[in-house]
Design a protein. Structure first.
Lengths: 399, 713
């Protein structure tokens, strides 16, 4: 049987506003309810898509326990009211969960096994703190397979400062201040809001409420205010709550399909999935992961960083972004990078974040017909990086 | 104390009424207060800021939101706070997860001592709720879960309503208990959807075993303006709210016919209520009159009239009886008095039913559905057996056709119910019930045969309606495993199960019987092994008095309607026809044998049975002339009043004797039996509260059944 790979396109994306974990917006709201809201909104925004045409619901979560367990993709599909014929499953690649949901389900489309998929992620770090219920194999320590510092993400960020002495705390803080400024401006320009679906929040004390915008951003953050913050991972270290993403709750969902199916259904294909790559690095410097992942992808595609007009890189830590930029010789404040800010300001609910990168890249593509390629890239715990290369369907460069 | 006072009169919004509210708050000292928690929400589409009020009593859905004085004042404070603001565009009200609000907190009602207090409760509800309809901004009720009574009225006072398609129960059950929807319901609902549909909710459904409707129906009837799925109901309701506020959605409602249709609906309801209750329960009739007046009344007039109706009804003995009856079926029924510790119960993994007649078929179906274990029916005759099994399979097909079970479940149920010509099939059954002909020798023979094949622990249950359990068990090797398990016909409708302990019945067998009853979802009452147990003994006595009056020369029609003032679900002769004259005669004879001085055997009834008549009434519901001839008796007719009196006196005397004999633990169990086994009404509280109220208990027995208000627990 012969087979032709099909083009895979990103049609739409939507997310809940992100909340602060602990006492934040979603303190008393379930993770699966966030996913359900996102799926229903994706369906609502795309009335041309008959629900029974959805062939898979791939939902990522890092901690697959309780309301993030029970084969979340399938549970959420049922709870969202999709037809019983629509299957679903769960995915875990820590922070790159939603990114992996998109590549795995997207690859299935290209293979011809699916026409339409929903790929997304959720993390309620308040209900499920990172590391909840883990049971690392004792061999990891006894055989020194992984440096013990690799299990605490903040420590890996400190390690990254050690590896790249040129990346100082001041550079990291300056990067963080810019991230806050860019998010504030993007909000003021109404660029973030279209991706949000207002979401019911429950509080026994305050009653039901509506989450309508991201809770984590701290507009007005300055170098001075950041300088005052403690370095919880190392005495006199470099990594602070100000130059890293916080602990957050939120869910994202994206709608991917074969390009011909989008055409058939009259849906707007916003970008084309060109290629993707995941690569491992030493776990104790997991933040450097995007570098080899991206290099591998470039090598395969025969392109270079110069061919890439927009970069959505997750900001788990400022140092990890700076390591990437330094490697590729990009200035810290290059306009191609996270033009609307990043996770340091907007928050990073682990497995959900990849979805936010994709939907923001798609909106930027729409505004930038001069740009042909963009990437979404993330570092991943236990030493990995993942990058997806996207092509702007609005690209007019040839004309 | 000072802080307490200030809590009760928030910012003096209720003016000089604060002290009055304070006094009724004290009556509700144990109120679980449903708090009205207000929070600002930014509406979508830039529609502005709304105040979203969540009603939440701080417990999960198993303890639903209710409104006592504390809850009403909390809602008042939230509404007043919103009223004072100029920066909001709407107020929305929703419930806690799964529950909107299920109405007034009735726990303090028995403590109300005077009409003034009763009226104050009505007024307080109106004073608070009506503000939802009188704010400067529109109000929206987002009915997210179960809504009843005052909960429904909160929604009705709002300008707009949305409902979740997941709402499992929506009702105005007041008339069922002995009240009217008196916080605006009788005025607002008919003016929203018309008198005919409103009366369905206000009167018809409460009188139909307190039927409730679901979310879809709420929307269909026009009570809600929009309906959304439960998954993101509040979010989508708020989007709808925003669109309404922005004018993007125009809410259209069917015009209410305030002409003849209104009067016709009220007249029809009046006729139905009178026909059903004969004035026995004041609440439904009062509700009908309020709806009638709502056609032309102003808001103030209508709300005043509701206050008066509530005050009258709260003080009525029918309401006290109704609340008692409610507690009987809601609370007492869940903890049967005298049942042994449930840990003694044995597992039941297979059931045997001896017999293949109609009753056996009903039992087989019930056991298969509820216990989900194999059920074997036996009969000596292949044709009868085939018919019996076919009946059950046919009933399963009916369930399938109605969508009550799916095809897989139907296949499963049919596979569970099988037939056997020999009792060998019972060998591995843990519970065998007999439903054979009502004769002691036959039943003993059957039990002996069953005992020969089953394990020594297997329960032998009998569905006898009047025979002695002890006698039936005597002669068995293991008489301790025999229990009475008396169902009421129709089995699927009447919840009661009289569980009878024989002299030798042991605790484990009895506990097993109660556990099975619970799984069958039946209301079980423990009875002593006394002739005809509870329901048949009292119904036979009651009917016997009516038949005696006929025998003495009273026209059957006169005797039959003499007890109408009780408001029973059917007249005595209609009941006799339903159970069958032959069965009625048989039970009467059994009881006559046991208590010849109190239970007569009507020669007229005997004549009817001997003539082979099974119907007393002609199809037009008049008494069949030939039967009437057979019923002809002496020449000293009685007045209706006299017949009612003698029937009540006989009941009072018999119940006292039964309690003295220890047939059941308490008078409350008698009432629970009559309500769940004979469908006797809430407004009489079964019967003993009524007998106390009219003074018959004291006249006959020298004391009432209940000292003070009747207690269900």
């Amino acid at each position: 049987m012969s087979r032709t790979a099909r083009e895979v396109v990103f049609v739409d994306g939507v997310r809940t506003p992100f909340g602060k974990s602990g006492k934040g917006l979603y303190a008393e709201t379930r993770a699966d309810d966030l996913v359900v809201r996102v799926i229903r909104e994706l369906m609502r925004r795309n009335p041309g898509l008959p629900p029974e045409r959805v062939d898979e619901v791939a939902i990522a979560a890092t901690t697959q326990i309780g309301d993030q367990g029970l084969t979340l993709g399938r549970t959420a599909a049922i709870l969202a009211g999709l037809p019983r014929s629509v299957p679903g499953y769960s995915i875990d690649r820590m922070c790159a969960g939603a990114l992996t949901a998109a590549t795995t389900a997207g690859a299935g489309i290209s293979f011809g096994a699916y026409d339409v998929v929903i790929a997304g992620g959720v993390e309620h770090m308040g209900r499920h703190p990172m590391g909840e219920g883990v049971d690392p194999n004792p061999r990891i320590i006894s055989e020194k397979l992984v440096d013990p510092s690799a299990l605490v993400m903040g420590n890996t960020a400190e390690n990254l400062h050690d590896r790249f002495p040129s990346i100082t705390k001041e550079r990291a803080d300056a990067y963080a201040v810019r991230s806050q400024e860019k998010v504030a401006k993007a909000y003021a320009d109404g660029r973030i809001q279209p991706d949000l679906v207002e979401t019911l929040v429950r509080s026994a004390e305050k009653g039901f409420g509506l989450a309508t915008q991201d809770e984590p951003p701290r507009p007005g953050t300055t170098m001075e205010s950041l300088a005052a913050l403690k370095t919880p991972f190392r005495a006199h270290g470099n990594v602070t709550p100000g130059n890293a993403a916080g602990l957050n709750d939120g869910a994202t969902g994206t709608l991917l399909m074969a390009e011909e199916v989008a055409e058939e259904l009259g849906l707007d294909a916003k970008m084309r999935l060109v290629d993707f790559s995941f690569t491992g690095v030493e776990p104790e410097v997991m933040g450097v992961g995007p570098v080899p992942a991206t290099e591998k992808l470039f090598a395969r595609q025969g392109i270079s960083i110069d061919d890439v007009g927009l970069i959505e890189i997750n900001e788990a830590f400022a140092v990890q972004v700076l390591a990437f930029l330094e490697h590729f010789g990009i200035a810290d404040d290059d306009a191609r990078v996270n033009p609307w800010g990043g996770a340091i300001a907007v928050g990073h609910p682990l497995a959900s974040s990849g979805g936010r990168l994709m939907m923001q890249l798609a909106r930027q593509f729409a505004e930038r017909p001069d740009v042909r390629y963009g990437i979404t890239t993330m570092c991943v715990g236990l030493g990995m990086g993942g990058t997806i290369l996207w092509e702007n369907t609005n690209y007019e460069g040839g004309k | 104390m000072a802080t307490e006072e200030s809590r009760l009169s928030p910012s003096g919004v209720l003016g000089g009424d604060a002290s009055r509210h304070g006094s009724i708050t004290e009556l509700f000292a144990d109120e679980v207060v449903t708090k009205a928690i207000a929070r600002d929400v930014e509406l979508p589409y830039g529609a502005g800021t709304a105040v979203l009020i969540t009603l939440d009593n701080g417990h999960d859905h198993t303890k639903p939101n209710t409104f006592g004085p504390g809850g009403l004042l909390s809602l008042d404070a939230a509404i007043e706070a919103a009223k004072a603001r100029t920066d909001i565009v709407a107020v929305a009200v929703t419930g806690k997860p799964f529950i909107f609000a299920v109405g007034a907190d009735l726990t303090g009602v028995p403590a109300i001592q005077n009409r003034e207090q009763a009226e104050a409760i009505g007024k307080l509800g109106h004073d608070v709720f009506r503000k939802l309809g009188e704010l400067d901004v529109p109000t929206f009720a987002l009915v997210n879960g179960a809504a009843m009574g005052g909960g429904v009225e909160v929604a009705l006072h709002c300008t707009y309503r949305t409902v979740s398609s997941g709402v499992p129960a929506f009702a105005l059950p007041e008339a069922f208990l002995g009240l009217v929807p008196g916080w605006g319901g009788t005025y607002l609902l008919p003016n929203l959807i018309g008198a005919e549909k409103a009366l369905k909710l206000i009167v018809d459904n409460p009188l139909a075993q307190n039927k409730m409707i679901k979310g879809e129906k709420v929307f269909e009837m026009g009570i809600a303006d929009a309906i959304f799925a439960p998954a993101d109901f509040v979010e989508e309701s708020l989007r709808w709210t925003a669109k309404v506020l922005k004018g993007d959605i125009e809410v259209e409602r069917a015009e209410v016919d305030k002409g003849e249709a209104w009067d016709n609906a009220v007249n029809m309801a009046r006729f139905v209520v009178e026909g059903r209750l004969h004035g026995a329960a004041p609440a439904p009739a009062r509700a009908v009159e309020l709806v009638g007046a709502a056609k032309t009344a102003t808001r103030d007039e209508a709300f005043d009239a509701e206050d008066q109706a509530l005050a009258d009804l709260i003080m009525s003995p029918e309401l006290k009886a109704g609340l008692y009856a409610f507690d009987l079926v809601q609370k007492r029924a869940k903890r049967p008095a005298g049942a042994p510790d449930k840990s003694l119960a044995r597992k039941v993994t297979k059931v045997g039913v001896v017999g293949a007649g109609l009753m056996a078929g009903q039992l087989a179906l019930l056991f298969a559905r509820r216990l989900d274990v194999p059920v074997v029916m036996t009969d000596l005759d292949q044709d009868r057996l085939d018919q019996g099994v076919a009946y059950v399979h046919g009933e399963v097909d009916k369930l399938l056709a109605k969508g009550r079970v799916n095809q897989d479940k139907a296949n499963h149920l049919k596979a569970l119910v099988t037939g056997s010509l020999t009792k060998d099939a019972f060998a591995d059954a843990d519970f065998v019930i007999e439903a054979v002909f009502e004769r002691m020798d036959i039943k003993r023979q059957v039990f002996a045969e069953v005992e020969a094949v089953v394990s020594p622990e297997a329960i032998l249950a009998t569905n006898t309606s009047s025979l002695s359990i002890t006698e039936m068990a005597s002669g068995l090797r293991h008489p301790e495993r025999v229990v009475g398990f008396h169902f009421f016909n129709p089995v699927a409708v009447l919840p009661l199960l009289e569980i009878v302990r024989g002299e030798k019945t042991d605790d484990a067998s009895l506990a097993t019987a109660f556990a099975v009853a619970k799984t069958l979802k039946k209301t079980s009452v423990l009875c002593k092994d006394a002739p005809a147990f509870v329901v048949n003994r009292l119904l036979t006595l009651f009917m016997g008095e009516v038949l005696s009056a006929v025998g003495e020369g009273t026209e059957p029609e006169v005797a039959d309607r003499a007890v109408a003032p009780l408001g029973l679900p059917m007249s005595p002769l209609m009941l006799l026809q339903l159970v069958g004259p032959a069965v009625g005669l048989h039970v009467a004879e059994t009881l006559h044998e046991a208590f010849p001085e109190r239970f007569a055997v009507s020669p007229q009834l005997k004549a009817v049975v001997e003539a082979g008549r099974t119907e007393i009434f002609a199809p037009d519901l008049t008494i069949d002339p030939e039967v009437k001839e057979l019923l002809k008796g002496g020449d000293s007719p009685s007045e209706e009043k006299e017949i009612l009196d003698r029937a009540l006196r006989a009941l009072a005397k018999e119940i006292r004797l039964m309690l003295d004999e220890g047939v059941v633990a308490e008078a409350a169990d008698i009432d629970l039996c009559l309500i769940t086994g004979a469908g006797w009404p809430f407004h009489t509280g079964g019967i003993t509260p009524y007998l106390d109220k009219v003074g018959v208990s004291t006249e006959v027995n020298g004391k009432p059944f209940h000292e003070g208000a009747p207690q269900a627990l």
